[in-house]
Design a protein around this ligand. Structure first.
Ligand SMILES: N[C@@H](CCC[C@H](N)C(=O)O)C(=O)O
Length: 277
């Protein structure tokens, strides 16, 4: 079987895209981890499998109003509910592959439907759904405690607004967190406010490690900053190591706008795929 792939990224949060309309691929956790490995595979933060919703036996897919479902996997092979940067890349892929008519459509995800608009400049706006404040907890980096706001954007986040420059944080090792509060793990964001409607953020992603951007994380960061300022509505640019995105948050809804890029496309070596299984 010929297995096509594309390599792309959204603000340098990078993905292997696997078109698999009829869900024929046996995408094991071991194959995902091998694909994402930067030495023995293609290298990526995650995999975006492009599947027709009818081909999947998943409640979230069955309930989707869209034709296409984003089956997202983290680099360690784990499944996550949602990926904001991945949704932009996925949307651009659907348009360029001629799999949707028009530039406004709905993508199914495990966190529910995400309506998207692919703009003429090929940036993409994703309606990210509610950014729900779920409490407060603490992240521990190098023995230092960082209080944070817990935010659910379909997937779990803990956002710490930090006084010192976040560039000084050592995120080469996994920060600790309260696993009773976050039994399924959590994405950890560290944020410096840069003035009116502008944040700087670094992230340690669940199932990946430090990445150069996290779309759901940027929405969580803006929601947390607004919450701490006593409001639930506003907008902000968020600078991450991989670039900049624009986020709006209001009660029960949020949007993420940013770029989506493709780098390469090709075919996987069938023997490599078999061995990786
Ligand atoms: N990079 C993504 C988030 C991917 C999922 C995350 N690691 C999790 O496990 O929840 C984004 O752009 O949102």
């Amino acid at each position: 079987m010929v297995i096509e792939f594309l390599k792309g990224h959204g603000t340098q949060n990078d993905f292997v895209v696997l078109p698999d309309p009829d869900a024929r691929l046996d995408l094991t956790a071991s194959r995902v981890a091998a694909l994402c490995d930067r030495q023995r595979g293609l290298g990526a933060d995650g995999v975006l499998r492009v599947v027709r919703k009818e081909a999947l036996d998943l409640p979230a897919a069955a309930d989707s109003a869209g034709e296409w479902f984003m089956d997202y996997r983290n680099a360690d092979g784990s499944i996550a509910e949602m990926c904001g940067n991945g949704t932009r890349v996925f949307a651009r892929y659907l348009v360029e592959a001629g799999l949707v008519s028009g530039r406004e459509f709905v993508i199914g995800t495990r966190a529910g439907d995400r309506p998207v608009v692919v703009h003429p400049d090929l940036t993409v706006t994703v309606q990210m759904g509610p950014a729900a404040i779920t409490g407060a907890s603490v992240a521990i980096v190098d023995g230092h405690n960082f209080s944070g706001v817990a935010v659910n954007v379909g997937n779990p986040h803990l956002v710490s607004i930090v006084d010192d420059d976040i560039d000084e944080l050592d995120l080469t090792r996994a920060p600790r967190y309260d696993s009773d509060f976050f039994p399924d793990g959590v994405n950890l964001e560290f944020v410096n406010p840069l003035g009116e409607q502008r944040l700087k953020m670094r992230v340690y992603e669940r199932g990946v490690g430090e990445t150069r951007a996290c779309g759901t994380g940027t929405v969580a960061a803006v929601a947390a900053a607004l919450h701490l300022a006593g409001t639930d509505t506003g907008k902000s640019a968020v600078d991450i190591p991989g670039g900049r995105v624009e986020v709006t948050v209001e009660r029960g809804a949020s949007t993420l706008t940013g770029p989506a890029e493709f780098v390469a496309r090709g075919q996987l070596d069938p023997q490599w795929w078999e061995r990786a299984g």
